[in-house]
Design a protein. Structure first.
Length: 318
């Protein structure tokens, strides 16, 4: 990246974040911290009002904005793909917001790039998820309301069905994050159960933001999953998974005590689980027959062997 492009990119970072540290910029652009400080001085000399100091961070003065920067054709195409994913995988309100954002993007593109986007957009298709045909549609505006609750720390009232056909119960929860697996989920502290719970968004019949704010909590999605693993921490188990089965693995790994993982040179993923339920882990691993290898412990090998024998005796008899 030449110096002009780097300085432009630094300005974009300053507009995109509340505070930017010089060291973070140096690592992002692969240059020295001294070079970053020189680039920042160049911006100041050009009339960009910077606030901050070395070792703390930098930001733009309140109210200072530049007109929108031009998107590259590749960036615009990536956003077209993202818009289609949003339309397929979220609620109708979020999909509408995504379409509006895409219209604003088109407005700042060059004519040739707009023509390119018009040509490529119909050729990008996101197929509907047909693996769970009984899943219910999401409540209106559920994503935006939950994100608002997470950022502003507002208590959220849910009418929640514990199962597909269960009666809805009212819960007041303190949300900390949402994630997508086979379905959208929100992790929140449930005041009814007095512990963190995982709620599926398609089982929320109705959602309301309350005026009450909850006290900040240190928990994040990652710390929540770590706590789940620690509760079951009795047996460390190491398993290797083939590359072609990783999508299903990633959908469900947190339910079986996932702790950490590393990609091996041959492309296989070596995963460490911390679990108190070796049999439950073994039942899940049977789904990966031929595409997973148990490294340790021997007790997990034995559990798999016993389950395989039991399955053969149950289904192999005439």
């Amino acid at each position: 990246m030449n110096r002009f492009d780097r300085i432009t990119a630094i300005l974009i970072q300053l507009q995109a974040r509340r505070m930017v540290k010089g060291q973070d910029l140096a690592e992002r652009f692969g240059v020295s911290l001294r070079t970053i400080y020189r680039d920042l001085r160049t911006l100041e000399e050009a009339g960009v009002p910077l606030c901050g100091e070395a070792g703390v961070g930098y930001c733009l003065a309140d109210g200072y904005r530049l007109p929108p920067v031009m998107f590259t054709r590749e960036e615009a195409t990536a956003l077209v793909t993202a818009k289609k994913l949003v339309a397929q995988l979220t609620d109708a309100h979020t999909a509408q917001l995504s379409r509006g954002a895409m219209d604003k993007l088109r407005a700042v593109l060059r004519r040739t790039d707009r023509d390119y986007i018009e040509e490529v957009s119909p050729r990008i298709t996101i197929l509907a998820n047909r693996t769970q045909p009984t899943a219910m549609p999401l409540a209106p505006n559920v994503h935006q309301l939950l994100l608002t609750g997470i950022v502003s720390r507002q208590v959220v009232s849910l009418d929640y069905r514990a199962g597909y056909h269960g009666a809805a119960t009212q819960r007041e929860v303190e949300p900390i994050g949402i994630y997508f697996g086979q379905n959208w989920h929100v992790v929140a502290f449930c005041r009814l159960r007095q512990e963190y719970r995982d709620f599926r968004l398609d089982r929320i019949a109705q959602l309301r933001l309350l005026d009450e704010q909850f006290a900040p909590r240190p928990e994040t999605l990652h710390s929540y999953w770590q706590q789940l693993a620690e509760r079951r921490q009795q047996y460390p188990a190491v398993v290797r998974f083939a590359p072609d089965c990783l999508p299903h693995f990633h959908e469900n790994k947190h339910y079986y005590g996932w702790a950490h993982e590393q990609t091996l040179p041959d492309g296989w993923l070596e995963v460490t689980f911390l679990t108190g339920q070796l049999k439950s882990l073994a039942c899940w691993l049977l789904l990966f027959t031929g595409r997973a290898k148990v490294v340790s412990p021997p007790a997990l090998h034995q559990q798999l062997r016993e389950l395989a024998v039991a399955a053969y005796e149950s289904f192999g008899q005439e």
